[in-house]
Design a protein around this ligand. Structure first.
Ligand SMILES: [Zn+2]
Ligand SMILES: [Zn+2]
Length: 339
């Protein structure tokens, strides 16, 4: 496990935390709604991309300047902040104080003014707390301002490939924001892998969440490529493009056999798609006998069709070098214009 400490005075700034993969919702903004902490207690993740101010417009950076920051298509603003922020739950921080004049946002902090959290011991700005109404609550510790101290702790969980899926509908009866984020990000990769050909999806929930967006975004014509799930516990699908799990702890992407392009998908979303109704991928006892289903209460039914997170789709597309191909740039521009 790791404790992060202030680079200025050495004071410990976090509880002991273990590294996990970056959650798909890290850059999700979700309308006028309060969201829970992004990270599970006792965990942290690292965002490899530049994050936060200063921001420059596309006109200021030009295409080459933006590409040097990992952005390959026009965006509203390019971050010239540092890469490698450490994300953790606000409850796992210790010995920090807010910098009130850096706390923006409508009912919390949105992090738009730069680091708003300082070491209580020496005053060094060490990161940004975000907890405004439309953001996942998190502390983003800035690289260079904290030190990583290894500490003893329980052994890390095994890095096997079995875990439980999460359902696409959350307890409020709405589509899960995490599913919307995961599918929005994966959709960008599927579009790039399609090379502009229409993509056929093999029915069921996979079609519910990917089908309408693929049909709306890809140029018209009969489907000529196929999309399917591939991964641990599934037979080889023989599809042209495969959706594979990204390991929730290590971030490793499952490597399928064959030559079909593999698109990484949030592992727990993947697990629900691959094994729907399978609550038995983690050890458990109790529950209803096999074959018995409840009909009370009725399963929740969201008020509208599933919509992949458009902002994350655009964000991901803009960071794929393939977006510079004219057909995909056109898809990107049209999706951006529809915002
Ligand atoms: Zn300090
Ligand atoms: Zn707010």
């Amino acid at each position: 496990m790791t404790v992060f400490a202030c680079a200025g005075c050495g004071a410990e700034l976090t509880a002991p935390v273990s590294r996990v993969a970056l959650p798909v919702q890290a850059h999700q903004e979700y309308g006028d709604r309060y969201l829970p902490p992004l990270m599970e207690p006792g965990t942290y993740a690292v965002d490899p991309e530049p994050y936060g101010p200063p921001w420059r417009t596309w006109g200021e950076t030009g295409a080459d300047g933006a590409a040097a920051r990992g952005v390959y298509a026009p965006v509203d603003a390019v971050s010239f902040g540092p890469a490698g922020h450490v994300l953790l739950a606000p409850g796992d921080t210790r010995g920090t104080v807010v910098i009130p004049e850096r706390c923006d946002g409508c009912c919390g902090s949105a992090g738009g003014l730069g680091p708003n959290l300082a070491c209580a011991g020496c005053g060094l700005p060490v990161g940004t707390r975000i907890d405004d109404c439309y953001r996942w609550q998190a502390v983003w510790l800035a690289p260079g301002t904290v030190l990583r101290l290894p500490v003893d702790g329980p052994p890390a969980p095994g890095a096997g490939w079995e875990w439980a899926g999460i359902p696409p509908i959350d307890p409020t009866g709405c589509w899960s924001p995490r599913w919307e984020a995961a599918v929005g990000i994966a959709l960008a990769h599927v579009l790039a892998a399609s090379a502009g050909a229409r993509v056929a999806v093999p029915g069921g929930l996979l079609t519910t969440v990917f089908g309408p967006a693929l049909d709306a975004l890809l140029p018209p014509g009969p489907p000529v490529r196929t999309l399917a799930l591939a991964g641990p516990g599934l037979p080889a699908p023989g599809a042209d493009v495969v959706l594979v799990p990204r390991h929730p702890l290590t971030g490793e992407v499952w490597r399928p056999g064959g030559t079909a392009p593999a698109v990484p998908l949030d592992a727990e979303v993947w697990a629900h798609l691959a094994f729907p109704g399978d609550g038995a991928r983690i050890p458990a006892t109790g529950g209803l006998p096999a074959g018995v289903e409840r009909d009370d209460p009725l399963p929740p039914s969201p008020p509208s069709g599933f919509r992949p997170d458009r902002e994350l789709l655009l964000r991901t597309l803009a960071r794929l070098p393939a977006v510079r191909e004219p057909w995909l740039l056109e898809v990107y521009a049209e999706a951006r214009g529809r915002r």
